[in-house]
Design a protein around this ligand. Structure first.
Ligand code: ZN
Length: 140
């Protein structure tokens, strides 16, 4: 660690994503998990603390597998993440912060938490595919 790194200001995130990965065989589990999350956390189009992405059946951006994601405020981390860890139905989930002017590679690696089995993301794909292509604008 350099002196410069050590002096960096502490960072906190206001927004997180939980990416729920699936494949054609596990899409049913993903669909059940999605429905249960909607019910449990009362997620609607007007929710202020949670938003749900569309289904991304094709890999896109840094995500090499089909997924959907839950956008949530940091204040909900303690409720959502433990719930996901207990109800993930064998699915692999990546939870990462979205920082203002953050480095997306660091957000998806150093700052990320996996529930289930981690796998390699396509980290060199960040420049090619805007996050909006996944269903949301960055920092939405
Ligand atoms: Zn994300």
């Amino acid at each position: 660690m350099t002196g410069k790194t050590a002096r960096k200001k502490q960072k906190t995130a206001n927004i997180y994503h939980a990416h729920v990965y699936y494949n054609p065989k596990t899409k049913r589990q993903a669909s059940r998990l999605r429905s249960e999350a909607v019910k449990k956390f009362k997620i609607t189009d007007r929710s202020r603390n949670f938003k749900l992405s569309r289904w991304n059946d094709k890999p896109g951006g840094p995500h090499p597998r089909p997924h959907f994601f839950i956008w949530f405020k940091a204040s909900q981390y303690g409720a959502l993440v433990p719930w996901l860890s207990m109800n993930r139905k064998g699915l692999d989930i990546l939870v990462h912060p979205v920082l203002e002017n953050g480095d997306p590679v660091i957000e998806h690696t150093d700052y990320a938490v996996w529930l289930g089995k981690p796998f390699k993301l396509r980290l060199d794909n960040f420049s090619g595919s805007p996050p909006s292509a996944l269903g949301f604008t960055r920092g939405f």
